[in-house]
Design a protein around this ligand. Structure first.
Ligand SMILES: [Zn+2]
Length: 326
């Protein structure tokens, strides 16, 4: 396999089960004169066994992998790195690094960040025990950092056609890999056929004081993708996406529709973020509190940015209402 000529390239998919609601995760091998693994799957014995056996079907062994690129730091995309040989270089965005190493210094500020956020959002006290579960998925993640950081416009050795593009939103560390020759995009969790990815809340990055506005980042990333001649998206989950332009337009429209729902709800009232969350997700907010709060905060950030609502942050919880004259 390693004798492939430079001009030839193949993409092989390895699908791995995860213990998460999202289901299976896809990782990809790009075979050129190098063997590049894009994403590494979750850290379970089952996942590792399946990964190895699928690798074998392609005539490859673990040691044949020359390099790994991670699209973002979530456990279903990086966990299995712990089981790969130590000498394989791993590349990704610098914002993925403290998550992947499970940096205690970085994590030590998370609890107070989420607690403060819950207070500002007006989350009922009975839900505060959820705060103890925030870091739970990390047991399926790795404790292995990046060998080197990559950024917008970078290219990896052996992948000269492939451009790295930063696409924050679902995760602040998110990036995609775009093949300028074929139009194929290895899209991580940015563009999924069946769902729009949740713009997850993340505590401020090391050395920063503000959290990223994930939804605003996400919309900008989708707009960035609309400007590219993408023919196919090979995603982190679910089906391959063919009609990319149509799906991207749908994603933007869906976002605007949900934002309008929030704007209508806050019209003439002064409501908390938690009340907006209950309104948006009456059936699931109790079971999926962190996900639904992330989505709600995303809508609030989006509407504030566009000056379509305003906030009274003079007392906690903060209260939101439509902007005068709208
Ligand atoms: Zn994922």
């Amino acid at each position: 396999m390693k004798q492939l000529s430079c001009s030839k390239q193949e993409i092989k998919q390895i699908t791995i089960p995860t213990p998460f609601a999202v289901g299976d995760v896809h990782t990809y091998l790009i075979l050129t004169d190098k063997v590049t693994l894009v994403d590494a799957g979750v850290k379970t014995i089952e996942a590792f066994d399946i990964f190895k056996s699928q690798l074998k079907q392609y005539g490859l062994k673990l040691m044949d992998i020359d390099q790994v690129l991670v699209t973002h730091h979530h456990p279903d995309h990086v966990g299995l790195l712990d089981y790969l040989p130590d000498n394989i270089p791993v590349y990704g965005h610098k914002r993925a690094h403290p998550w992947m190493t499970q940096d205690m210094h970085y994590f030590s500020s998370h609890d107070s960040f989420y607690r403060e956020l819950f207070t500002e959002m007006g989350v009922e006290e009975r839900f505060y025990p959820v705060l103890n579960t925030v870091d739970k998925p990390l047991r399926f993640s790795c404790k292995r950092g990046l060998t080197a950081f990559v950024k917008e416009g970078d290219r990896l050795e052996g992948l000269e056609n492939w451009r790295i593009i930063e696409t924050p939103g679902h995760a602040s560390s998110h990036l995609v890999l775009f093949d300028e020759k074929s139009g194929t995009l290895l899209g991580g969790d940015l563009i999924l056929a069946h769902i729009s990815p949740n713009p997850l809340i993340e505590p401020p990055f090391v050395g920063e004081t503000e959290r990223r506005k994930s939804m605003i980042d996400y919309v900008a990333s989708i707009e960035k993708m609309r400007a590219l001649p993408i023919t196919t998206v090979r995603p982190g989950h679910g089906e391959e996406v063919g009609n990319v332009g149509k799906l991207l337009t749908e994603r933007i429209e869906q976002q605007e529709k949900r934002a309008r729902k929030v704007q209508t709800f806050v019209n003439g009232k002064a409501v908390t973020a938690f009340e907006i969350c209950q309104h948006l997700f009456p059936k699931v907010y109790e079971k999926q509190l962190l996900l639904t709060l992330s989505e709600t905060l995303g809508q609030i950030d989006y509407l504030l940015e566009k000056e379509r609502i305003e906030v009274d942050a003079s007392t906690v919880p903060y209260r939101y209402k439509s902007k005068e004259g709208l």
